[in-house]
Design a protein around this ligand. Structure first.
Ligand SMILES: *Cc1c(COP(=O)(O)O)cnc(C)c1O
Length: 380
């Protein structure tokens, strides 16, 4: 059976593929060698492997699984999500123009602003969840990249990817999508028109809060893609074999974890929405979310596992609620099997995040236990 015919659950359960014929093992082996031997005629023993910066089998296996999951032509792993983002933006020439969504993962915005300032690249920021605003920004002139994040972090705005693709086409830009909060189980941006999809694999794809990584998957192998590939091999922003192996291991349960997290998140969102101490809940799975219909169409398997809510009261009230939580760990990040709570204003006070906003990432625990923890923390 060809990989291409498999449903994501099957592809993932057997991530890494065939039996290792040398040992008979049902999981892929790790080859930690940094260099590979040649025969007496100086021919590499294995034509695919010369040196481990660009060449490692288990890294390629993990990339293959991610490319298949997203329906792309090729994937490249990086040592972090940010390294993947940086690899893409480094292809923009000096004097270029990029259009990025406002109110996204803060370090993405910060890094792109600083990088583009050094390169004399114009950065324009727009609320891409407003399709008309994005289209207007694109019609103002040519651009190299349109960068969107959906659902966005921590506002949970949803960007219409088909509309974003039209806007990007109108200014000759690539549409690149940070789909970290959606996961390849809930949205496949390439199938909706995007040119490149990016994930911080640190988050739900690995899912166990123990491996840093990032991936880019492309719809087609284009000159820009080849440039990224050459730059990765040359500049050396590569994932190591141990990390790639752990990532493959984590991915074997990705579909299962996302199913459970989506279920839990829906229950938690309904509970929070009805709670007298809660001002509002930002979660595209709720009918009250302004883009609920779009989310349902674009994320048919569920709206994800990340949400924010505003506590009634002040900054202190929100911090007290977070402080009383016993099951939710107070930590940044998202997408792990364990639930996390974060007071974003403490981390990025200057970006307009409300002081009463708590962002939660829902894990695979029992939903009633999570709800009980939220209840006791808010003084039920
Ligand atoms: C975490 C994250 C990143 C950055 O990924 P790292 O692996 O931490 O470098 C980028 N985008 C989003 C949406 C993220 O959550």
């Amino acid at each position: 059976m060809d990989f291409k015919d498999m449903q994501p659950e099957t592809l993932l359960a057997q991530a890494g593929g065939a039996i290792d014929m040398q040992s008979g093992g049902v999981v892929p082996p790790i080859q930690p060698a940094t260099t590979y031997a040649r025969d007496e005629n100086y021919t590499p023993l294995n034509a695919d492997n010369i040196y481990s910066r660009p060449h490692n089998d288990v890294v390629r296996q993990a990339e293959h699984v991610l490319a298949e999951l997203e329906g792309g032509a090729a994937g490249l792993l990086f040592p972090s999500g940010m390294a993947a983002i940086a690899a893409l933006f480094r292809t923009v020439p000096s004097g270029g123009r990029v259009i990025i969504q406002s109110g996204i993962y803060w370090n993405t915005t910060k890094w792109i602003r600083e990088f583009c300032a050094r390169r004399q690249i114009v950065v324009e920021e727009v609320d891409a969840s407003d399709a008309a605003a994005l289209a207007a920004m694109c019609s103002a002139g040519p651009a190299n990249i349109v960068w969107v994040e959906t659902p966005s972090n921590p506002w949970l705005k949803v960007t219409d990817l088909a509309a974003a693709k039209k806007a990007a086409d109108s200014c000759g830009a690539l549409l690149a999508v940070d789909s970290t909060a959606a996961s390849p189980i809930l949205t496949n941006p390439l199938k909706l028109g995007a040119d490149i999809v990016m994930h911080s694999t640190t988050k739900v794809i690995n899912g166990h809060s123990d491996v840093l990584g990032g991936v880019l998957v492309t719809k087609e192998v284009t000159p820009v893609w080849q440039e990224i590939e050459i730059d990765r091999a040359g500049a050396g922003a590569v994932m190591g074999p141990f990390e790639a192996w752990l990532l493959l291991r984590g991915m074997r349960t990705l579909a299962l974890r996302v199913d459970r997290m989506v279920d839990n998140a829906m229950k938690v969102a309904h509970y929070l929405e009805d709670h007298p101490q809660v001002e509002s809940v930002l979660f595209p799975g709720l009918e009250s979310h302004p883009q609920h219909a779009l989310a349902k169409a674009q994320m048919p398997g569920g709206a994800g596992f990340l949400m924010s809510f505003l506590v009634k009261g002040s900054r202190e009230t929100a911090l007290q609620v977070a402080g009383k939580m016993k099951l939710f760990h107070r930590a940044t990040s998202l997408g792990g099997v364990e639930s996390l709570v974060e007071h974003r204003h403490t981390i990025e006070p200057h970006t307009g995040i409300p002081e009463t906003l708590l962002r939660i990432s829902i894990g695979v625990e029992n939903a009633d236990d999570l709800i009980a923890d939220l209840g006791q923390a808010m003084g039920q």
